[in-house]
Design a protein around this ligand. Structure first.
Ligand code: SAM
Length: 329
């Protein structure tokens, strides 16, 4: 394992310090981390106290890890980025399956534990940083060049799952797959089809860029400590070709955000706030022009309808793309 520090992060080149290893390397030197016994042993030995605010629920269920690894489809020609390795339960499985693993952990107290657990694997780079602040493109350039594919595979901290997911998508890096464990409600929103209660701006933001599929549900008992909620794994496969054509992505996400702003309101009402004084009448006209009933709710609109609406609004010249609406608000 290589530890990337502030000193060596810039330019001294960690390239070439990691080797690709065959399956099983390091694997049979100790019991897997992902068992309640070994996890508690590691945690106690290091006097580690879980920090709820960092979403620290460590996976201790090898079957859940099997499903994650299966969904990721890694091999020794491929790389994996893990966000939040914790004490390394998933990281060691990634190290056994992939050619190269980069793991970003925010909590400095976990670094010595990870150094110990991951010592047998020299295809792992550990970075002590906040995943929400790191330059993912720079990280890719430094660590993931020349691989057949790179996936993000992680059990994300609940509090930051949606922003981390959006940072991965908005990095515009050519991820092969994103296999992510998130709170079950977030997984339902990510994978939701139009018309249901779970469908919203997060569904559109993800499905605009990726095919989204549920992999499995993971109950609280699979973690130490147990969270209060169910978790689920989703697999996102970025679309190589855009599913819908949108000439102004910023406007697209602004329209999506407006459409879901007040879920009980009609699409005409929600859209009108983008259109100024005569908003409602103009919204009705533009919606009718797209073949969309103005009395519908935003949650019933498909990706194709949002795209058509964006193009019509852009062509009308009545709305600009300025504004700071978050696509996942
Ligand atoms: N991967 C481990 C597992 O499956 O057992 C731990 C997952 S735990 C749900 C989330 C991990 O993310 C914790 O180790 C936590 O410290 C870390 N974390 C929280 N916020 C983070 C951030 N902004 N950047 C990087 N790591 C973060």
């Amino acid at each position: 394992m290589t530890m990337e520090t502030e000193q060596n992060r810039k330019g001294t080149g960690l390239e070439g310090t990691e080797g690709a290893h065959g399956p099983g390397d390091g694997a049979d030197r100790a019991e897997a981390v992902a068992t309640p016994r070994r996890t508690l042993d590691i945690v106690r030995r290091h006097g580690f106290v879980f920090r709820k605010s960092l979403g620290q629920h460590f996976l201790t269920d090898s079957r859940a890890l099997d499903r994650i690894l299966e969904a990721a489809g890694l091999d020794k020609t491929r790389g994996a980025l893990e966000i939040g390795p914790g004490i390394g339960a998933l990281t060691e499985r990634l190290a056994q399956a992939a050619g190269r693993v980069v793991a970003i952990e925010i909590d400095s107290r976990l670094i010595p534990i990870l150094e110990e657990v991951l010592a047998p694997y020299d295809n792992v780079v550990l970075i002590h940083a906040d995943a929400l602040k790191i330059d993912l493109r720079e990280l890719w350039r430094t660590h993931f060049q020349g691989l057949a594919g790179v996936s993000a595979v992680a059990n994300l901290p609940y509090y930051a799952a949606a922003p981390i997911l959006m940072a991965l998508l908005e990095s515009r890096l050519p991820w092969e797959r994103l296999v992510l464990m998130v709170q079950k409600e977030i997984a339902d929103r990510i994978c939701a089809a139009p018309g249901g209660k779970d469908y919203g701006s997060l569904s559109v933001a993800v499905q605009y860029r990726c095919e989204a599929e549920p992999v499995c549900r993971v109950p609280p008992g699979a973690f130490v400590p147990s969270p209060k909620v169910d978790s689920a794994v989703v697999r996102l496969t970025p679309r190589r070709k855009r599913h819908v054509n949108v000439s102004d992505e910023q406007l697209f996400f602004r329209v999506v955000h407006a459409a879901f702003e007040q879920r009980r309101k009609t699409i005409a009402n929600n859209l009108s706030r983008l259109l100024g004084k005569e908003g409602k009448g103009e919204a009705v006209e533009i919606l009718r022009g797209c073949g969309i009933d103005p009395a519908r709710r935003g949650e019933t609109l498909s990706l194709e309808e949002f795209a058509a609406l964006t193009e019509a609004l852009a062509a009308s010249g009545k709305v600009t793309h300025s504004g700071s609406d978050s696509p996942i608000g």
